[in-house]
Design a protein around this ligand. Structure first.
Ligand code: NAD
Length: 330
């Protein structure tokens, strides 16, 4: 039986799962495969070198799927500040109607997308930020727990408490992000009032994910203890895979007197991290991973994965219903 939620209705998708925007991973092949499988595929705007390249990626995705897909724009400190507005305009002009925004000071971008009649899913890591995005008119919030890959914010609140707070405090529908990679987590998110889930790391280990097979195999071999936080001391915390480079960054940050971004810049650059996905060496640079790596044991196609999630959620909800027994049957 289908899982019908405000998210499936709003986005016109079959299964309430959104593929998280992932730098260097949210490329046309993966986004299209997720959308074809019944979820929402998402292209990562900043993985394209320019707004024009994003236009090409959107056209390529449309050739691979006629189903809805979205574009992610993340606003965080960068070595070379991107033309956010240019990416946003290009995507809207190419007909994209669903956007995932994330990061600092998203107001102007959200205002622009809403003025163009688009649907905005805004990702945030605190209830405070969620409420202010609500006021800006976002359609869906993506509530990102401390378990997540990439940037979890600086307040370290896990998904269990954050989602329960969202259930009490938010008016707009929200999806759960961070730490979800299987049907149990998916069903738990629905129990916590979410209308769907966002999964990033889980989609990295799929057949259509555009990263080197060795990195997919590394994810499968890893446990929930294989991530680490970098940039804690720079107030731009990021959860990344624990490897030689990330441990070196942490060591530099722990030096007496601390570190400036310049001290770690060469080690952490996204351009170097991108090569990890190309050459398959997990120790070559920084790459994002959530603690959900501990839940990933296979490399399915997106279709197999989404189907497994769908049937697993149905089974989990059925099992829970089985716990509620009429008094007369006791
Ligand atoms: P980059 O090479 O510009 O920077 C590498 C890392 O260093 C990023 O985590 C960045 O936030 C951080 N950083 C850069 N300048 C900094 C500073 N002055 N102080 C503290 N930290 C700093 O990054 P990139 O790989 O080219 O990616 C471009 C942008 O996309 C970055 O802001 C990155 O954080 C962001 N991003 C997006 C997604 C997504 O899902 N869309 C995922 C991860 C990162």
């Amino acid at each position: 039986m289908p899982i019908v939620t405000p998210l499936t209705k709003l986005l016109g998708i079959r299964v309430p799962v959104v593929q998280g925007g992932m730098q260097w991973v949210g490329l046309p092949r993966l986004a299209a495969a997720v959308s074809e499988a019944g979820g929402l595929g998402v292209l990562t705007a900043l993985s394209q070198p320019s707004p024009d390249a994003l236009r090409k990626a959107i056209r390529e995705t449309k050739k691979l799927t006629s189903k809805p897909f979205g574009v992610n724009i993340t606003l965080l400190p960068t070595i070379n500040p991107p033309d956010y507005e240019g990416y946003a305009r290009a995507a809207v002009e190419e007909g994209v109607r669903i956007f995932e925004t994330a990061g600092n000071n998203p107001g102007p971008l959200i205002k622009f997308f809403k003025s163009q009649g688009c649907i905005v899913v805004h990702k945030c890591t605190t209830i405070r930020h969620a409420k202010s995005a609500e006021k800006m008119g976002v359609d869906v919030l993506s509530i990102d727990g401390f378990e997540c890959a990439g940037h979890p914010g600086e307040e370290d609140i896990g998904g269990l408490v954050l989602l329960a707070r969202a259930a009490n405090d938010l008016k707009v529908p929200y999806i759960a992000s961070g730490g979800i990679a299987d049907a149990r987590g998916f069903a738990a998110a629905l129990a916590l009032g979410a209308c769907g889930v966002n999964m990033g790391t889980r989609f990295m280990a799929t057949v259509e994910s555009p990263i080197h097979q060795n990195i997919k195999d590394t994810i499968v071999k890893s446990s929930e203890r294989d991530t680490v936080h970098i940039f804690r001391t720079l107030h731009n915390t990021a959860r990344v895979f624990k490897n030689k480079v990330s441990m070196e960054v942490v060591a530099i940050e722990r030096r007496p007197g601390g570190a400036k971004f310049e001290d770690v810049r060469e080690l952490v650059s996204g351009a170097r991290g991108k090569l990890v996905y190309e050459n398959g060496d997990p120790d070559y640079g920084i790459w994002s991973a959530g603690i959900a790596v501990g839940l990933i044991n296979d490399i399915p196609t997106c279709e197999e994965l989404v189907k497994t999630l769908e049937s697993g959620v149905e089974r989990t909800i059925g099992n829970l219903q089985g716990l509620v027994v009429a008094k007369s049957k006791l």
